[in-house]
Design a protein around this ligand. Structure first.
Ligand code: NAP
Length: 452
């Protein structure tokens, strides 16, 4: 009898988990359960469309999906269509790889004013996530402010600044391309609450800003001055050292008159988002940096405040995991409590990726992370610690349960039909794909496979 495992979530952590399961020297069946009709998680819906090389990791996921024992159950939501208890009945083990589904809040006045957006909403919109297509971003103002100094913040800055030749060949949705190219934005301001040596973004992404066709980068050298602890940290932190080098070079540049300006600010934090009916500005405070005994540098507000007029604010201060019904959750850390991927106190249940360790690292980080989890799962299987609630449950049992509940799932062939349709639409325009962006379109394309 094969080991039957449900992997919930089809992003990088889910696929790496599935791949490692299928590498095992025992027969394994993997059902990958995904809420959306499409796989790949943030590779499809998070990675910026002008980063096709990063998106190419999906080829590795395609190879995993092609292996015997793999099955995709798209359009199936755990907690709605199947409960955690169902999964415990139907599978020997369940691996949650659901990522971090919401955004961290800043907790300042005005955060919910119209025109104040989570960066994740904007990212989902321009990437064609079917749940985010109704959002209307008013990009008519002259200035946009992005709060946060991570790679998501840089993605948003860059996407807002792309020139026609940079954005048109991508798979950004048509609506987003037109909105971005037609926007009134002249200046994009990024606010980092700590100094240049503490920025979370990585150097290649920072360098890209300086190479954009339609935007000048501006940094005030005064904001790049380092305190002693920051200076010392550069010795052992290569990314920080390179970031500071790149920023110092930006500090020597004068604007060359490109259509847009990107202004990177350091040691400033928002205290309030201002406006009557909608966002009109953001009040910021200048921070001073203080180091503790371990050399960790944190920001402390001074009395110096400033108001930046702006028409839109994107809060890019990190993602947060969301609780799944019936699954333990550590609300403080916004992760599933676990020991190296074994969910604490629940035999047969595992987790991988951002819901396991929090929203950090690059796509490849999830390979090591998922491998660690699956090694423990396979060890537990060898030790006879796994048992499905219903020992007679098979792949067909799951299918029948979904039919009985009126859940029409999208198969992997259904996804391939969506994929072919999207690639076909993109091809005449030299684009990797033109995404289908509504549930109806996606489902119709998936169904077309059954009709042929
Ligand atoms: P992140 O890297 O954790 O960055 C979050 C940023 O928000 C930090 O600069 C943090 O500053 C700041 N912040 C947090 N709370 C704040 C507050 N209340 N006020 C002001 N600033 C605040 O998160 P992310 O950008 O969402 O990225 C998530 C992960 O995905 C990261 O590992 C990232 O590298 C990865 N990613 C990679 C790529 C790529 O490789 N191209 C693209 C996108 C995302 P402090 O440091 O001071 O807390």
């Amino acid at each position: 009898m094969p080991l039957r495992v449900a992997v919930v979530g089809s992003g990088p952590a889910g696929f790496y988990a599935a791949g490692h399961l299928l590498d095992a020297d025992v027969p394994v069946e993997v059902d990958m359960i995904e809420r959306l009709p499409t796989p790949w998680g943030l590779v499809r819906l998070g990675v910026a469309p002008d980063h096709p090389k990063i998106k190419a990791v999906s080829k590795a996921f395609e190879r995993i999906a092609a292996r015997p024992g793999f099955r995709f159950l798209g359009g199936v939501e755990v907690g709605r269509d199947l409960t955690h208890d169902d999964l415990a009945q139907l599978y020997d083990a369940v691996v949650y790889a659901v990522g971090a589904q919401t955004d961290r809040r800043m907790g300042i006045p005005g955060e919910d004013l119209p025109g104040s957006w989570a960066a994740t909403e904007f990212v989902a919109w321009y990437n064609g996530h079917p749940d985010y297509q109704e959002l209307e971003f008013d990009l008519s103002g002259e200035r946009a402010v992005i709060v946060g100094a991570g790679n998501v913040a840089l993605d948003v800055v860059r996407m807002l600044a792309l020139a026609p030749d940079e954005i048109r060949p991508t798979d950004t949705t048509d609506e987003a391309i037109e909105a971005i190219l037609g926007s009134g934005i002249e200046e994009i301001v990024l606010l980092a609450r700590r100094g240049p040596a503490q920025a979370a973004f990585t150097t290649p992404e920072l360098k890209e800003l300086g190479e954009l066709a339609g935007a000048d980068v501006i940094v005030d050298p005064a904001e790049l001055e380092l305190d002693a602890a920051s200076e010392a940290s550069l010795e052992h932190d290569t990314n920080a050292r390179r970031n500071v080098e790149v920023l110092r070079e930006y500090g020597t540049r004068s604007p060359s008159g490109k259509r847009r300006r990107i202004r990177l600010r350091f040691c400033v934090a928002p205290v309030a988002i201002l406006g009557e009916e909608r966002v009109e500005g953001i009040e910021i405070v200048r921070n001073r940096l203080v180091a503790d005994d371990a050399g960790r540098v944190s920001a402390e507000p001074t009395d110096a405040r400033e108001t930046i007029p702006c028409g839109i604010v994107f809060r890019s201060v990190g993602y947060l995991g969301v609780e799944l019904p019936g699954v333990p959750f550590d609300a403080r850390r916004a992760t599933i409590p676990n020991e190296d991927g074994r969910v604490t106190g629940v035999p047969g249940v595992y987790c991988a990726g951002w819901i396991k360790r929090g929203p950090s690292g690059v796509i490849g980080t999830n390979k090591k992370d998922a491998t660690e989890t699956i090694d423990l799962l396979l060890e537990d299987a060898r030790d006879g610690k796994l048992q499905r609630g219903d020992p007679s449950a098979t792949a067909e049992t799951v299918e029948q349960l979904l039919v009985d509940r009126g859940v029409e799932h999208v198969t992997y062939s259904g996804w391939e039909a969506i994929d072919a349709e999207e690639r076909g639409r993109g091809e005449p325009h030299g684009r990797p794909r033109v995404k289908l962006v509504t549930w109806d379109e996606l489902r119709a394309a998936a169904r077309s496979i059954a009709a042929t």
